[in-house]
Design a protein around this ligand. Structure first.
Ligand code: URA
Length: 230
């Protein structure tokens, strides 16, 4: 979206008022002074006026219990997206999902308008832990468990040691520290079993609330928001 439109959507001012701010050299995008009111900005950009992030006043964070069959994207030509699950009155410019769950994966997904927060949570250097409940086609043996806990080597990366708890031999809780494509499914495949169902139950300090029905969402509590930004 154009920068001037984005800022007026955020109710910073009318289009001509926000253009005056841009001309007045008050607006930066990702730390760079901007003079072009038509610059394309999106949820991943950090937009500041007088060095203060503009998202602040409008920031919303939603915790969604993602159902299967919905894609983690803001738009899609044919499939239903996680944004379609947000009621029109709750949608905000720049709302986006933090990270990605596969179409068939269920569970905890954070949506926020805070691009800087999204960047921090996804940055590999922060190693934000993510916990999943995996249902497996073959029981996890002690040897397989030890391999996951040691770290699995793929062509392009080696996973950090995972924390693995067997609830039953085919129902396993696993905590990983990266967010590579299909990572959990690939890790189990690499040690000799397959995932038949996957649910994310935790990301950093956020836990999937037991009472949050599949397909529904709620705003983060003040305590959850603060814990996430610590
Ligand atoms: N790992 C996967 O394999 N799939 C997901 O959706 C998330 C993590």
């Amino acid at each position: 979206m154009r920068l001037d439109k984005y800022l007026s959507h955020l109710q910073i001012g009318t289009r001509s008022e926000v253009r005056a701010l841009i001309r007045g050299r008050k607006v930066t995008v990702d730390g760079q002074l901007v003079r072009d009111a038509g610059l394309a900005v999106g949820p991943s950009n950090l937009v500041c006026i007088d060095k203060k992030p503009v998202a602040g006043a409008m920031t919303v964070d939603y915790l969604l219990n993602k159902p299967a069959g919905v894609v983690t994207a803001t738009t899609d030509a044919s499939a239903k997206t996680v944004l379609d699950l947000i009621a029109p009155a709750d949608r905000r410019p720049g709302l986006f999902p933090v990270g990605r769950l596969d179409k068939d994966t269920t569970g905890l997904l954070l949506l926020t308008t805070d691009g800087a927060l999204g960047h921090r949570l996804l940055a590999p250097k922060h190693h934000v832990p993510k916990t999943y409940l995996a249902t497996l086609t073959q029981p996890l043996t002690p040897v397989m468990k030890a391999a996951l806990e040691a770290g699995v080597t793929f062509k392009t990366f080696t996973s950090a040691p995972a924390r693995v708890t067997l609830l039953t031999p085919t129902r396993v809780e696993i905590t990983i520290h990266e967010g590579k494509f299909h990572q959990v499914k690939r890790m189990f495949h690499a040690v000799g079993t397959e995932v038949s169902a996957l649910q994310r139950v935790q990301m950093g300090p956020l836990r999937l609330p037991a009472e949050l029905k599949v397909g529904t969402y709620r705003r983060l509590t003040a305590a959850e928001s603060a814990a996430l930004r610590k």
